[in-house]
Ligand binder design. Sequence first.
Ligand code: TGC
Ligand code: FAD
Length: 392
Amino acid sequence: MKPDLFQAPDYYLLDELLTDEQKMVRDAAREWVKREVSPIIEDYAQKAEFPNQIIKGLADIGAFGPYIPEEYGGAGLDQISYGLIMQEIERGDSGVRSTASVQSSLVMYPIYKYGNEEQRKKYLPKLASGEFMGCFGLTEPDYGSNPGGMITNFKDKGDHYLLNGAKMWISNAPFADIAVVWAKNEEGRIYGLIVERGMEGFTTPETHNKWSLRASATGELIFDNVKVPKENLLPNKSGLGAPLGCLDSARFGIAWGAIGAAMDCYDTALRYAKERMQFDKPIAATQLQQKKLAEMITEITKAQLLAWRLGVLRNEGKATSAQISMAKRNNVDMALNIAREARQILGGMGITGEYSIMRHMMNLESVITYEGTHDIHLLITGMDITGHAAFK
Ligand code: TGC
Ligand code: FAD
């Protein structure tokens, strides 16, 4: 892969909206990605392997629990800092950002928010340092966009719960030490349970042959009469709103992360267009390529403004789930379109691993599907503005 010459576009001087702390956090993540992710990531994506050696670095830049209070090992940062960390990581690779999103928003967040003090103290510091890695099991083979229909269930057996069922498409599953699993009790009420690797009857087979998110490990979670200790149930929230509340936090991070992937594609294409000579002039001097590049920077700037404003609303505790859906949908779609256009600017070189664009493009095909598909987020906006749920 070519050396990482990334220069972040900031067409509307949005840096002026950031605090010194936010810029410091962002710059540390940016430097780390350049140093530790860019040189290796293409190789790991080609091999379809997660680079385990970056776990400690992710923890060091605050990517595991950026907004979780410091007393539990988190970085205690604000929401915009969290977003900026996700942006920088996804600038490197969406699969690496996935690992950080899952650990922070889908494992640490529910333990922090819905767990008791004992559970917080037991798990959060180890998750923040990367000593423990986690995964989040909501999706099932027959229940993807409609997780409320899940059939994974647990029964009260007196001194423990007995868990049965299966989850699929689970990021980090093949190596996770713990899984936050959503299952129904005998009354059909959804609860989160912490399932630990090594519990009898719990297996995590890896999903192979992905053309997308190849540097992220994906797998199934299978529960065959797993005895889960009663103290592993997250007691403080039940119902579908509990897992969906975690998704709000992860979707917010993705709205920022997608900007990172888009910025990398734009920056790569701009540099290439200025250097690539055809018909005795740089292709950047042709109107058609300028149209692509000008539209890219316009869309990136709009997405940056959307994410920043959403971050302000999150910091003030005012962001709604529907506002988060709008940003996730818009920014991922924007990034995928930019990746496709940027790939064309590179001509044949665009399909090779010499450049990051094709990898971003393939990754973004998962990002536009997970955490709620592009269509589902449109229906969430539709429901919000009309008052009618069109899902059912
Ligand atoms: P509905 O009846 O609308 O809602 C059920 C309850 O949930 C509440 N609620 C939310 N609460 C918090 N945050 C949200 N975003 C919420 N959305 C809804 C709602 O108020 C209600 O509460 P209550 O107290 O009245 O019971 O539920 P529904 O069954 O009609 O479904 C609505 C729908 C379709 C929007 C929802 O199911 C949905 O979002 N589906 C998409 C599923 C999804 O996003 N799955 C993601 C799986 S995890 C993942 O992909 C990780 S990838 C990670 C990575 O690698 O980065
Ligand atoms: P389906 O729900 O079957 O949807 C198929 C198509 O139908 C989509 O286009 C959808 O938009 C459309 N559709 C569905 N319902 C409607 C409707 N009512 N109206 C109109 N159109 C509709 N899940 C987890 O729990 N944890 C994870 O860590 C995780 N990681 C993932 C990693 C990867 C790489 C991938 C690909 C997925 C991951 N997921 C994870 C699962 C992901 O959240 C689901 O794939 C996603 O929610 C969509 O579910 P589905 O694939 O079953 O598609």
